[in-house]
Design a protein around this ligand. Structure first.
Ligand SMILES: *[C@@H]1O[C@H](CO)[C@@H](O)[C@H](O)[C@H]1NC(C)=O
Ligand SMILES: *[C@@H]1O[C@H](CO)[C@@H](O)[C@H](O)[C@H]1NC(C)=O
Ligand SMILES: *[C@@H]1O[C@H](CO)[C@@H](O)[C@H](O)[C@H]1NC(C)=O
Ligand SMILES: *[C@@H]1O[C@H](CO)[C@@H](O)[C@H](O)[C@H]1NC(C)=O
Ligand SMILES: *[C@@H]1O[C@H](CO)[C@@H](O)[C@H](O)[C@H]1NC(C)=O
Ligand SMILES: *[C@@H]1O[C@H](CO)[C@@H](O)[C@H](O)[C@H]1NC(C)=O
Length: 463
């Protein structure tokens, strides 16, 4: 690659750190229209929404998808999902089309849908699991019969595909003609293909989602009695009156059809995050070391079903055994520091319950890690995590100069302070640029830019 392009990529990935998730750089949701039947004045298509993210799932209240028809198409009928508005169908006197909107919006049915409206993989209220955790629940299908195409019998792909999964944050590319989807029949001995396939890829950007942080990290170790709490005001600042137990937190919540900023009741704390991940370095043996991870829910009115936690730590390059969580080490995306994904065990702790009167809700596990004698050390905070996500959202980490240190490491304490200063400078710079972008209203251009950056990074040969 041209060195100028490398400089350009480096510069821009620095400027726009949230265009895509570095721990899951190929994560995306693809939307596929497979036309498998032509009709007198249209076609029947099967639409598939496939979540290829390693850990980002589509949570309550589920996905919503919309587009604009290229010609004068209407939706004659649908199964497996429905259009939210019928629109003006007064031109169709002898039919009752499902939707005549130029820009229909489609949502999934619930599990209570009547059987004649169902398709194979539908009707989960728009929830999609992540690809690594539960591939069988990571996609939805629906069938749409399109009419009123007139002379243009083969039609044009819908335009302006928009995905809310849920709420904003996704940018979808054009629906493009690709090789027709092939499926197998007769026990895999015969291949059948659809007539025509249109495909689009939608990518997520935390910057576009513009969410307030929901999570923070606290740390402790057996070698230092100090507990490093979550940074103050990680997700909001606490009321001056410290005697209150119930606090209002500003969070993004989905209500009805739209994504709005709203308020939620959480257990009061100095970090005000609805979720906290605590990492405790518990013991050090000859060939192993052990940590305890606790995920706490500070909400009084919200359970997290199918929660997941992602931890980046170099120690995961060795065998790691969690006792009470399910786990998987993710394919490394060019990092030397491995990334592990943890989630709950069915019927045991897959639900992170809300806080009760006397305590916060929590799930916890110990993890036994094998030691790599080359890299393992307790000094300089090596045993602490580098990055933590809860349900795909970044958790605020304490600054390195507040980490619990080895008691005899006083002489090396100068180094982290310098690092910390450097990190602070970067943080300041990034906050400043993202506010500038907000201020100048560049969001729309940025979303296009994110898409092309995504393309550049994944197709370096195109230079
Ligand atoms: C979307 O995800 C799939 C599966 O991981 C991958 O093959 C594909 O390259 C991704 N697309 C983009 C544009 O990143
Ligand atoms: C479900 O089926 C009923 C009866 O066939 C029909 O009236 C209704 O419009 C269907 N709903 C959807 C969303 O297709
Ligand atoms: C519905 O469409 C018809 C024909 O295109 C038009 O005459 C009528 O005014 C429209 N009605 C409304 C309420 O927009
Ligand atoms: C058919 O498509 C052509 C362009 O390919 C367009 O000019 C024409 O208006 C379309 N006809 C109808 C009836 O939509
Ligand atoms: C959370 O789960 C508990 C126990 O299953 C239940 O009692 C409570 O109503 C749930 N809370 C919400 C907001 O659904
Ligand atoms: C762990 O997750 C895998 C993949 O989802 C699943 O097949 C397995 O049953 C899970 N194990 C437990 C103990 O829940």
């Amino acid at each position: 690659m041209n060195p100028m392009i490398l400089v350009f990529l480096f510069f821009f990935s620095f400027f726009f750190p949230n265009c895509y998730d570095p721990l899951d750089p190929y994560g995306n949701i693809t939307v596929t229209f497979d036309i498998h039947q032509w009709t007198n004045d249209g076609y029947v298509a099967r639409v598939t929404i496939q979540n290829y993210h390693q850990y980002r799932h589509v949570d309550q209240p589920g996905w919503k998808i919309g587009w604009t028809w290229a010609d004068n198409e209407i939706i004659l009928s649908m199964s497996g999902a429905f259009a939210t508005e019928q629109g003006n169908c007064s031109d169709f006197k002898f039919q009752s089309p499902h939707s005549c909107k130029k820009d229909p919006v489609i949502v999934d049915l619930g599990p209570d849908a009547s059987p004649q409206n169902m398709t194979d993989a539908c009707c989960r209220g728009g929830l999609l699991s992540s690809y690594t955790i539960n591939p069988a629940n990571s996609f939805s299908f629906f069938e749409v019969a399109v009419g009123n195409l007139g002379m243009n019998a083969s039609g044009h792909a819908p335009q302006d595909l928009t995905l809310w999964a849920p709420g904003p944050g996704y940018t979808c590319g054009l629906l493009e003609d690709v090789d027709p989807t092939v499926s197998l029949e007769i026990g895999g001995r015969r291949q059948v293909q659809v007539f025509r396939t249109w495909k689009s890829t939608c990518t997520y950007s935390t910057f576009l989602a513009n969410k307030t942080p929901v999570c923070c990290v606290s740390l402790s170790t057996f070698y230092n009695p100090k507990i490093t709490p979550c940074p103050d005001c990680s997700c909001g600042c606490r009321d001056a009156d410290k005697s209150k137990a119930l606090c209002i937190s500003q969070i993004n919540q989905l209500q009805g059809p739209d994504f709005i900023k709203s308020q939620d009741i959480v257990h009061c704390s100095d970090h005000m995050c609805p979720v906290r991940v605590h990492w405790h370095v518990q013991s050090n043996y000859v060939g192993h070391w052990r940590v305890k991870v606790t995920v706490s829910n500070y909400n009084y009115k919200r359970n997290y079903s199918n929660w997941n936690v992602v931890v980046q730590h170099p120690g995961f390059s060795q065998k790691a055994t969690p006792y009470s969580f399910n786990s998987s080490v993710l394919p490394s995306a060019g990092f030397s520091e491995k990334v592990a994904l943890f989630w709950g065990i069915s019927y045991y702790n897959e639900e992170l319950l809300q806080a009760g009167e006397n305590q916060v809700g929590s799930v916890t596990t110990q993890i036994l890690l094998e030691k790599d004698s080359e890299s393992f050390t307790l000094s300089n905070g090596w045993a602490l995590p580098r990055r933590v996500y809860f349900n795909g959202e970044n958790c605020e980490m304490p600054l390195p100069d507040t980490f619990p240190m080895l008691p005899n490491a006083a002489s090396s304490s100068l180094k982290p302070v310098n690092n910390c200063f450097f990190i602070l400078q970067i943080l300041f710079f990034l906050t400043f640029t993202s506010q500038l972008i907000n201020l100048l209203g560049f969001d729309k251009q940025l979303s296009k830019f994110c898409l092309s950056l995504h393309f550049l990074i994944h197709n370096p040969l195109s230079f």
